[in-house]
Design a protein around this ligand. Structure first.
Ligand code: NAP
Length: 223
């Protein structure tokens, strides 16, 4: 399968690229607003994978080209820009039947910590769905995973990720994709209207990490 990670030059994009490259046979392409930056970052990821005994190629290109050739597109882009990015893809006419997955979470911070700030649609995931062409399925996942922990291939994972999608068959596709990642358990959490609750866990996790020395890169695990 062809997997594109837009904004794959950033933190969560890097973590997901490293894990999908390490744990699956999918073809991974990272996208960027700057194709040269994506190419350079892809080489860096390849080198780090190779150091861990994983010999695999990662492609780097601009966001549109990455999305155009993909079956699944992960939108690893800051919340205030992910909607515009999806609209730009639609304008470039590169979206047809790719599955879009949003991990984006709206937050702002003050001296105490980070606070959940969803858009008026209720969640960034729903905001993305509103911006995507009607024929393009949108799901939410990976919101509560810690980027640094994913990117560190020495780190063992034992975390859950909640999956939201309106169509149960889309949810099943995301669950199947994610289940290939060692130590990441995908859990369906209902339709997109439930994304608010899923996304709101992310600032909580970051605040727990901030106030507890030994809980950096903490995740959720439901028992
Ligand atoms: N970091 C985490 O642990 C984590 C965990 C779960 C979910 N998330 C969510 O995932 C999303 C990305 O987080 P992140 O920490 O990876 O962010 P980030 O590193 O700050 O940014 C990711 C990438 O977004 C691209 N970008 C920046 N501004 C943009 C713009 N105006 N238009 C289009 N692309 C732009 C950049 O790529 P180029 O410059 O190469 O285009 C950048 O490398 C956020 O919504 C966040 O809430 C993050």
């Amino acid at each position: 399968m062809e997997l594109a990670i837009l904004g794959g030059t950033g933190d969560i994009g890097e973590g997901l690229a490293m894990r999908f490259a390490s744990d699956t046979d999918h073809t991974i392409t990272i996208g960027s607003r700057d194709a040269a930056k994506a190419t350079e970052r892809a080489s860096t990821y390849e080198e780090r994978l190779s150091e861990h005994g994983v010999e695999t190629g990662i492609n780097g290109t601009d966001n549109s080209s990455a999305a155009a050739g993909a079956d699944v597109v992960i939108l690893a882009i800051p919340p205030h820009h992910v909607g515009d990015t999806v609209e730009a893809l639609a304008e470039d006419d590169v979206l047809s039947d790719q599955l879009l997955i949003s991990p984006a979470v709206g937050m702002n911070g003050d001296g105490d910590g980070l606070h959940y700030r969803p858009p008026s649609t209720g969640s960034v995931t729903e905001f993305v769905a509103e911006r995507a062409p009607e024929s393009v399925p949108v799901a939410g996942a990976f919101h509560n995973l810690a980027a640094d922990r994913l990117a560190d291939l020495e780190a063992t994972l034992d975390v859950d990720t909640l999956v939201v999608a309106d169509d149960p068959t889309i949810s099943e596709r995301v669950v199947a994709l994610t289940a290939d990642l060692a130590g990441v358990r995908p859990i369906p959490a209902g339709p997109l209207s439930n994304a608010t609750e899923v996304e709101s866990l992310t600032p909580l996790l970051i605040n727990i990490a901030r106030y507890n020395e030994d809980m950096h890169d903490v995740g959720v695990s439901f028992t």
